[in-house]
Design a protein around this ligand. Structure first.
Ligand code: ATP
Ligand code: MG
Length: 684
């Protein structure tokens, strides 16, 4: 057994061993992706127990997500020498640790926790009580919730805080009422855990000391994404022994929008000036070609600390840049590649599909469901499927074909505004007969209101005989839902682009289901299954589907990066993107690329919702891009030339370093230099 343990440690390289054997005092490991930072944490925990006789329950290991905590604990359990009572090592997220402390010292109970759903309803009823008429406005409620969260996580003070996504005065009044509500009802929410824990520790020395005595060794993974409150609490607990061991990579810092601050990692060695600093130099995860490409990308960030590391694996193959027509075709091709691989004896779990925006998951959820491919959705329903806008569209469809007609009508009767007062709706809810007919004959309505109800009734009748996608176009256009959404976005100063994209996603999704009923059923199945798919499929043979944010720390044999086109990757909200946002986006892409062990595909659709899009500027920053990208042009491909219009490739010749295309355009045939066209974004 001793031999076994030694053999296992011998697998580690010199720097990893140094980190694993670090005993007391602060230590900072900064190193690139796949260099074994997380590995070092689990081994060090074992080493602390076996060699330094530290008690398992005195060790606290913190990671970023529940999934990561669970995974790390599993890895730890599999180490040789593991014994049952090592279960007492505390593996958790910041939240779970803060909850443990609050439960132990302040009597917090889970039943007093406001989960996200309850919080939503509390906020809604506060808005109503305050007399604002927008309490049914899902968008406003969500903005308030995310502003509150940002505020807590940066330890900001309400009086100094300036809300940006919603009227500041509204935000402040709702916030204050919400605080009162929690106080009088003895409730707390997720964000409170951080702040309450912090306040508890700075105000009660006795408790602080007993926590210090309890957690004598602290290890933190993904330290680049820590925020201010979290770090302050960790510092307090670690003091005065400062047995705080942190690992991270500033190039993978991707949570700044939530108040994370990679600067803290740099500050660490200033705060703890005796900290041992270790860098790991070997990447064990990916083939060299993938790492070389990822390095050439990230070296474009100006604001970074360069870390040199080399790969131990062989060269492998360059990232494969694949051109596809659009996002629907992308999902289909990815499904096909997965199915082919599984048919040849491979497994689903070798694959991850990584995308930048939540909306993109919709095409994959649809395609996987239709192709019967098991998948795990790391972001749950965070996509088109739980958006109120889809609920609106579905309500129209359901009302039309008579599924849950009354509730559906209540939802959309004033979307667009038909000026039907709330009391009229409420008085008719319980009545026998058709809800719309009852409202139409309601005495106090004026002619205009009555007419709009008859029009709605007529429209719903027409929808019944339409195909789903025709019906959706009709709702958007003829019924005026899209205009209503535009006005709404304008009134709320929300970027209308998001809503446009959502509606386009819904359109695309519906195209596979001609019958309205089938589409409604498809959505129902997805809503029912996605939530538990995460738990159910996590350890089974399934494809992983996730945003770049959720991909952190993970690794897969084969990775598909979806939608690498400018505007999506990097994601551009308005007309332009600032340098620091661009660097954030580049880090995200870097995280995504470095998840791949063996094969990395980067997909470049030519169109998005029937509009032309261009390859991501990041692709141009990858050393090997041109070589790979030009391989994706074949004879017979359709291309579009900025000046000559549509054409078909008739031939490709190699002349010295150049690739010459022969392209047949409508009026004549031209010979063109492919690299020049690509570098100057002349063709797609
Ligand atoms: P990331 O920055 O993406 O979180 P990381 O630095 O945490 O990466 P790990 O996940 O710990 O890296 O390790 C990457 C892979 O390399 C894992 O599969 C791990 O088992 C393997 N690995 C780490 N160290 C060694 C080693 N010394 N010998 C062989 N394999 C190793
Ligand atoms: Mg890691």
């Amino acid at each position: 057994k001793v031999l076994h343990m030694k053999a296992d440690l011998r697998k580690l390289n010199k720097e990893q061993l140094e980190a694993v054997k670090h005993y007391k005092g602060p230590c900072l490991v900064i190193a690139g992706p796949g260099t074994g930072k997380t590995t070092v944490i689990t081994h060090r925990v074992m080493h602390l127990i076996k060699e330094y006789r530290v008690k398992p329950n005195e060790i606290l290991v913190i990671t970023f997500t529940k999934a990561a905590a669970r995974e790390m604990e599993e890895r730890f359990c599999k180490l040789p020498y593991y014994q049952k009572d090592y279960k007492r090592v505390a593996f958790g997220t910041f939240h779970s640790i803060f909850y443990r402390i609050l439960r132990a010292y302040k009597g917090y109970r889970l039943e007093n926790l406001l989960d996200e759903k309850e919080k939503y309803y509390v906020i809604k009823s506060i808005i109503k009580t305050l007399g604002y008429d927008f309490y049914e406005d899902e968008q406003v409620i969500e903005s308030i919730i995310s502003e509150m969260s940002y505020m807590y996580n940066t330890l900001a003070n309400i009086d100094d805080y300036e809300a940006s996504s919603i009227d500041n005065a509204v935000f402040k009044s709702v916030f204050k009422e919400y605080e009162k509500y929690k106080y009088y009802n003895d409730k707390y929410d997720y964000d409170d855990m951080l702040v309450h824990c912090y306040k508890l520790l700075i105000s009660n020395e006795e408790i602080l000391n007993s926590i210090r005595a309890k957690y004598r060794y602290i290890l933190i993974d993904e330290f680049q994404d820590i925020n201010k409150v979290q770090f302050e609490i960790m510092r307090l607990i670690a003091y005065p022994d400062n047995n705080i061991f942190v690992v991270g990579d500033d190039d993978q810092s991707i949570y700044s929008f939530r108040g994370a601050d990679a600067g803290i990692m740099i500050e660490f060695s200033r705060i703890y000036n005796t900290a041992v600093k270790i860098t790991l130099r070997y990447n064990y995860r990916s083939c060299s070609a993938i790492i070389n490409s990822a390095m050439s990308l990230i070296s474009n960030n100006k604001n970074r600390y360069e870390k040199k590391f080399v790969t131990v694996k062989d060269m492998g193959i360059n990232p494969l840049v694949v051109r596809v027509e659009d996002f629907e075709q992308e999902a289909k091709i990815i499904c096909q590649k997965i199915i082919d691989h599984v048919n040849q004896g491979g497994s689903y779990s070798e694959f991850a599909v990584i995308h930048r925006t939540n909306l993109q998951s919709r095409a994959f959820i649809d395609a996987f469901t239709i192709a019967n491919i098991p998948y795990v959705s790391y972001d749950g329903l965070a996509s088109v499927y739980n958006h109120w806008l889809l609920k609106d569209i579905l309500a129209y469809l359901k009302a039309a074909i008579g599924i849950d007609r009354r509730n559906s009508l209540i939802r959309i009767i004033n979307k667009p505004n038909r000026y039907i007062p709330r009391y009229v709706i409420e008085e008719n809810i319980g009545k026998e007969g058709d809800f719309l007919d009852n409202i139409a004959i309601y005495s106090s309505l004026n002619d205009f209101q009555r007419k709009s109800i008859y029009e709605l009734k007529d429209s719903l009748c027409r929808i019944r005989s339409m195909t789903t996608s025709k019906a959706i176009k009709y709702i958007r256009g003829y019924i005026g839902y899209e205009e209503y959404i535009r006005d709404y976005a304008f009134a709320k100063s929300i970027d209308v682009k998001l809503f446009d994209e959502l509606l386009d996603e819904i359109n695309s999704s519906s195209e596979s289901f001609a019958k309205i009923n089938d589409y409604i059923e498809h959505v129902r199945i997805i809503l029912e299954s996605v939530d538990y798919k995460y738990n159910e499929n996590r350890n089974t043979n399934a494809v992983s589907l996730m945003t770049m944010h959720k991909a952190k720390g993970l690794e897969f044999e084969q990775v598909f990066i979806s939608g690498a086109v400018d505007g999506v990757v990097p994601y551009i909200k308005g007309d332009d993107i600032s340098l620091s946002e661009l660097e954030d986006e580049r880090r995200l892409f870097y995280v995504a690329m470095t998840r791949a062990k063996r094969v990395l595909y980067i997909f470049v659709p030519k169109n998005r919702f029937s509009k032309k899009v261009y390859p991501s500027r990041f692709i141009r920053e990858i050393d090997s891009w041109l070589k790979d990208y030009r391989n994706s042009f074949k004879c017979g491909d359709k291309i579009n030339h900025k000046h000559f219009g549509d054409g078909i490739i008739k031939g490709i010749e190699k002349r010295a370093e150049d690739y010459i295309l022969t392209v047949e355009f409508k009026n004549d045939t031209k010979r063109l230099n492919l690299d020049v066209l690509l570098k100057n974004k002349i063709i797609t």
